[in-house]
Design a protein around this ligand. Structure first.
Ligand code: BMP
Length: 449
């Protein structure tokens, strides 16, 4: 007992818990902040901690130790050195070459691995780590955690059958620091109040379409059409003949803000088709959106955009482009609106958080980019386009993943939802488009409140 308290007091001196006013990642204002990384700066404390953690799992069966990166990596390593039990290392991201394994070290199927974590909050990131370890064929039964922030993480893991051993709960740690006069009565009361009545994260208000900070003329036009037609629907016309495409455009035209095309799947493409589509688009007020997804160096993209059979640059109002080749490669798309692909809707997409952050950065800095395709909230300076929307299906068996209009409008603050098969494969495309328009606009209006 005394040893645990001594450890906490020394760790406190290193700065693992700070008191004051801190804004957490969730936006919540917290009266304390926990960061166990400074422990690595004291080998002696790290050793004491590792002995304490090993004691907690004395009776648990495990043959391997894995510290969840990064804060718990040195803890796991120290426990391995002290116990003689081998360490495995879980990567935060796949290095993309060599063995391509997510877990490094010597291990075999069915071995039991103890997970070591510094702080548990909601338990979500631990569950993701467990999933990755289990996918390597390893078994996880026990997890040892230095500090439980008491925000439901332990219960979540317990419900899934895992045993979590904790060295301190946040309440215990606070009580010890108070008892040893590291915390005065007023601060103790403030922190206890925060812990007993955890505030909900502040709601990020959605900006109405007309107030979005969009300067691109095509973006402005899209917003104008949306407000006039009360529609945030883009129909994806993935049909393969001119006749089907024209029929679809006529049937759904009244309900949409744009018709998204993949012209390279049309078997009888001609400029007569484009002329006809332009005429319908004019009559029914929608834009033509070519989903070409350019992904090359600027010079090649320019040729693909202006030349070839489709001469996209001569007729499209909007196009999609990956931003993988960097900002300069986007300059070649002149006189129309570019929608950057920053995150894809399909299962296992390689557009991870790291890529998305960098891609959004490129998109925000390129003047001809008016929006982005993504499955998450993005900056109000860009329009958010979200494909993978379907009312009656959750997947297509080929990797596509679907959300409902409600979910994308309310959770992601999607400005324009893109619906393909939900409309063109339905028995009555016009009726379906009307239904998506009504549901999408209703969800948009509700998401403003
Ligand atoms: P559907 O609703 O039938 O699954 O069609 C979705 C459309 O959106 C397709 O044309 C696809 O190419 C496009 N799309 C997508 O599904 N996910 C993305 O991440 C990006 C897309 O452009």
């Amino acid at each position: 007992m005394q040893q645990r308290e001594d450890f906490l007091l020394k760790a406190y001196e290193l700065g693992i818990i700070k008191f004051g006013n801190f804004t957490l990642k969730s936006g919540i204002e917290s009266p304390f902040y926990v960061d166990l990384r400074p422990l690595s700066s004291s080998p002696q404390l790290l050793k004491t901690l590792s002995n304490n953690l090993l004691e907690l799992v004395e009776n648990s069966p495990f043959e391997l130790i894995c510290g969840v990166p990064y804060a718990a990596l040195p803890m796991g390593t120290t426990m391995s050195l002290a116990s003689g039990i081998p360490l495995i290392i879980k990567r935060k991201e796949n290095k993309g070459y060599g063995t391509k394994r997510m877990v490094e070290g010597v291990y075999h199927d069915g071995q039991n691995c103890l997970l070591v974590e510094d702080v548990i909050t909601s338990g979500q990131s631990l569950l993701e780590t467990i999933d990755e370890i289990e996918r390597e064929g390893l078994k996880v039964t026990d997890i040892v955690v230095v500090l439980d922030r008491e925000q439901g993480g332990i219960q979540k893991l317990k419900a899934k059958g895992y045993t979590v051993h904790t060295l301190f709960t946040i309440n215990e740690a606070i009580d010890i620091l108070h008892r040893y006069h590291r915390l005065d009565d007023a601060d103790l009361a403030r922190i206890k109040n925060f812990l007993n009545n955890p505030p909900a994260p502040p709601e990020i208000k959605r900006v109405p379409l007309e107030q979005k900070n969009i300067n691109h003329p095509v973006g402005k036009r899209l917003i104008e059409i949306a407000l006039k037609k009360k529609s945030n629907l883009i129909a994806s016309a993935d049909v393969i003949s001119s006749a089907e495409l024209i029929r679809l455009a006529e049937e759904v035209g009244d309900y949409i803000v744009a018709l998204k095309l993949h012209t390279d799947i049309i078997k009888d493409f001609s400029f007569d088709l484009i002329d006809k589509l332009k005429q319908i688009a004019r009559e029914k007020e929608f834009l033509l959106f070519e989903d070409r997804k350019f992904a090359d160096i600027g010079n090649t993209q320019e040729l693909q955009f202006k030349e070839g059979i489709y001469k996209i640059g001569s007729w499209a109002d909007m196009i999609t482009s990956h931003v993988i080749a960097g900002e300069e490669s986007l300059k070649v798309f002149e006189n129309l609106g570019v929608v950057a692909i920053v995150e894809m809707s399909s299962k296992g997409t390689l557009t991870d958080d790291y890529y998305i952050t960098k891609a959004l950065n490129v998109a925000e800095n390129a003047p001809n980019v008016m929006g982005a395709v993504a499955q998450r909230k993005i900056s109000d300076d860009l329009l958010l386009f979200t494909p993978g929307v379907n009312i009656s299906s959750s997947a297509d068996g080929k990797g596509q993943q679907y959300n409902t209009p409600e979910r994308v409008c309310k959770n992601y603050h999607t400005d324009f939802m893109i619906v393909g098969r939900g409309i063109y494969q339905s028995a009555n495309a016009a009726e379906s488009a009307k239904e998506y328009q009504t549901k999408g606009w209703q969800a948009y209006l509700e998401s403003l409140n």
